[in-house]
Design a protein around this ligand. Structure first.
Ligand code: NAD
Length: 497
């Protein structure tokens, strides 16, 4: 048996282990092997980490923003220096290709770069003479101890959506990464330690529901940032709010790509392919339903099918030619295949079929091949549920109107895209789409660090989104000061005239 990678907790600037807790296996999805074990922590660990974060808060919040930024610059340099190592780590614990893993780390790093601008981002407003001789200004102050809970699908990026901006704002942080991919977070926390982050400013706790509940209920935690599936996002929001916390909770998704008859065939097929099958479909911005308008199915679909049949599925950690990796667990692979079967039973026509994919060199890997299901209808299971695997629905409609209606019928509201050469159709689509992030001739319209990740409906619960100015507003509270200074003899009604 290969040696397990240690998975300690990071509390008060030190790496510690917990004994006697249950553990969850961390797999290398490429070959199914167990590479680490995540400790299932509980309330005791949270208590310890909150105490460390609370003790660090007074000094950290008084640290000038420019000094906090300087520390994040140092962290950025360290992460750049270890960029390839981090990307390889993402590939190992997640299964995505090295190119995709590099994107995961790069998008995360951009959030650190954004947070480095905190002296400007924290600036408030001021207005002179709100009344005669009276001025008013607003400043932003940190909340205190805050926490983040992350999903498995972007081991580097999603945690980095959360804590760099939060600590740049002067808060101290408890991070709980997904128990399926805890190792990238630990590696980045180690670089934060090496960059000189004071003890207690960032703490990493591990586990599942028990540790999450302890975070949600702890009276000293002021805010929770969550990214994960819709069911859990709803639970996080309801429980967090019931315990007096500010909550931002990003949930699951079901995103459509509308293809107009005038769309450029090559770029459109590529855009759909990347949208549906990039990261093996394990993306909240995956374009999981292509809505073909009129003749678009005849022109684009054959190119798409031809390209998809050539996708090389394989072990991304050892085969540099692999274009698509395994999904996160055996259980998840089975669920994806079962959803494909169910959709087929409901009348969908598989044009490519990823069930029963076996890679000879790694028979225990968690593989599902890229699957295109043609002629799906609104009620079918794969149109209703987030599959979160390499499965593309193809629906056919006759008009843009019908396409918008079908795309907007989704209870989710993360992303939606249109491929067209018509500015008028694109404008109409952007205006009427019920999704919060729209792509025009872009398959995965995921906003970068300086824009909010603006999902709607069942894809987001809360008011202020992750990333960008929304992120700064979420992790701070405003104080408005109204000021008047008196000249000699001014301001009292009893003054002698
Ligand atoms: P998940 O909801 O299963 O887990 C997310 C986090 O919640 C993990 O840290 C997990 O430990 C914790 N958790 C799981 N079950 C819990 C429970 N019963 N009680 C308390 N905590 C619990 O999500 P996942 O499978 O890790 O990630 C995939 C999901 O995340 C997909 O639905 C995807 O769309 C979504 N996602 C959304 C966005 C977005 O911006 N909207 C971004 C990335 C991923």
């Amino acid at each position: 048996m290969t040696k397990l990678i240690p998975c300690p907790l990071f509390i008060n600037g030190e790496w510690t282990t917990v004994s006697g807790t249950a553990t969850t296996p961390v797999h290398n999805p490429s070959d199914g092997s167990v590479i680490a074990e995540t400790p299932q922590c509980g309330a005791g660990v949270v208590e310890e980490a909150v105490a460390a974060a609370a003790a660090a808060f007074p000094r950290w919040s008084e640290t000038p923003p420019v000094e906090r930024a300087r520390l994040l610059f140092r962290l950025k340099v360290l992460l750049e220096d270890h960029f390839e190592e981090l990307a390889q780590g993402v590939t190992q614990e997640h299964g995505k290709t090295l190119t995709e893993a590099r994107g995961d780390v790069r998008r995360g790093l951009e959030n650190i770069e954004y947070a480095c601008g905190i002296p400007s981002l924290l600036m408030g407003d001021a207005l002179e003479n709100v009344a005669r001789g009276i001025d008013c200004d607003s400043i932003r102050q940190p909340l205190g101890v805050v926490a983040g809970i992350a999903p498995f699908n972007f081991p580097a990026m999603v945690p980095l959506w959360m804590w760099p901006l939060a600590i740049a704002c002067g808060n101290t942080f408890l991070l709980k990464p997904s128990e399926k991919v805890p190792l990238t977070t630990n590696r980045i926390a180690e670089f934060a330690r090496q960059a000189g982050l004071p003890p207690g400013v960032l703490n990493v706790v591990h586990g599942g529901r028990e540790v999450v509940d302890a975070l949600l209920k702890h009276p000293q935690i002021k805010a929770i940032s969550f990214v994960g599936s819709t069911k859990i996002a709803q639970y996080i929001q309801a429980t967090g709010i019931a315990h007096g916390k500010r909550v931002q909770a990003a949930g699951g998704a079901k995103n459509s790509i509308v293809v107009m008859p005038d769309a450029d065939v090559g770029p459109t097929a590529t855009g759909i392919l990347e949208g549906a099958f990039g990261c093996a479909g394990e993306r909240c911005m995956a374009g999981s339903t292509a809505i073909m308008v009129g003749k678009a199915a005849e022109t684009v679909l054959p190119h798409l099918v031809a390209a998809v049949t050539k996708i090389r599925v394989g072990p991304t950690d050892r085969d540099p030619a692999a274009q698509m990796g395994a999904v996160i667990t055996r259980q998840h692979a089975d669920r994806v295949c079962q959803l494909i079967s169910q959709a087929e039973g409901e009348g969908a026509e598989p044009l490519t079929d990823g069930r029963n994919v076996k890679i000879g060199a790694v028979p225990q890997g968690f593989y599902v091949g890229p699957t295109i299901l043609d002629r799906v209808a609104p009620g079918m299971i794969t149109m209703q549920e987030e599959v979160f695997g390499p499965v593309l629905n193809v629906a056919r409609v006759e008009t843009l109107e019908a396409a918008i209606e079908l795309a907007n019928a989704s209870p989710y509201g993360n992303g939606a895209a249109i491929f067209t050469r018509s500015g008028q159709a694109a404008r109409e689509f952007r205006h009427r789409s019920s999704a919060g992030m729209v792509g025009i001739n872009i398959g995965v319209p995921a906003p970068l660090a300086f824009f909010p990740f603006s999902g709607r409906h069942a894809s987001f619960f809360g008011d202020l989104h992750l990333q960008g100015r929304d992120g700064v507003a979420f992790f701070t509270q405003q104080k408005v000061t109204t000021t008047r200074w008196f000249g000699a003899g001014e301001g009292t009604i009893w003054a002698d005239k």
